[in-house]
Design a protein around this ligand. Sequence first.
Ligand code: ADP
Length: 262
Amino acid sequence: MSMELVARDVWLEYGAGRGTGTVALEAIDLTVREGEFVTIVGPSGCGKSSFLNLVAGFLVPTRGTLLLDGAPIRGPGADRGFVFQEHALFPWMTVERNVGYGPRTNGQPKAEVDRRVAELLELVGLTRFAKAWPKQLSGGMKQRVAIARALANRPKMLLMDEPFAALDAQTRRFLQDELLRIWSRTGTTILFITHSIDESVLLSDRIAVMTARPGRIKEIIEPGLPRPRDENGTAFVETRRRVAAALQSEVAASLSQQEAAE
Ligand code: ADP
């Protein structure tokens, strides 16, 4: 059986049934294939995080179907790892305790947990920092720990909600390459939200562009470029232009929605 995410006619309305609900997502159809790297771009408030939260199982769709690996998503599970914008590390645990949190709470034997933690710290290049505390790490290192922790349970899918948005430009660029390296080594399917057009073109196999709220999938753009990608190459620039063109009217619509709400 193929391991993939299938969203069919997924709707989400906040406050549904109370008369004044907000329709955040409208008829989302999206398939993410096994091993694929898909990014979602869209204007602020269009429902990107809401969609990721549905896939994570933190929210339930008002209507429609969400299948992972052929089975309906019924809640959070170890088959999906989540990485947020702000590193959500436990400040009272060392790096190695943070990374081992998932397997430990799943009751795996200590030797197994230790082996997995060592493997993951090596993968994200932080072996030397196993005993460090989160507050001793830079923002980029914290995000690498967060990625290692999200991978600890060997999830089928990594859900990433603007994981690099709070980092400075150089660190962000470095982590984008790191993530591509980790992705090619682990083969994990990745669903990634970003505001950055460049980031979406640099990283993904396919880019899903969303409309202003209520969020729908407006267009799916497939860069089809070999990796590593040349950000100054003609094909890259052309793909960036296509994504920007698809987004432009949606960002304008989103801004006028916000003005109307004020
Ligand atoms: P994005 O991630 O694209 O910025 P969100 O998914 O966070 O968008 O939000 C989509 C829409 O749903 C926004 O209009 C937001 O105000 C609304 N929304 C988000 N969370 C809630 C909530 N818990 N209750 C009501 N409305 C919400």
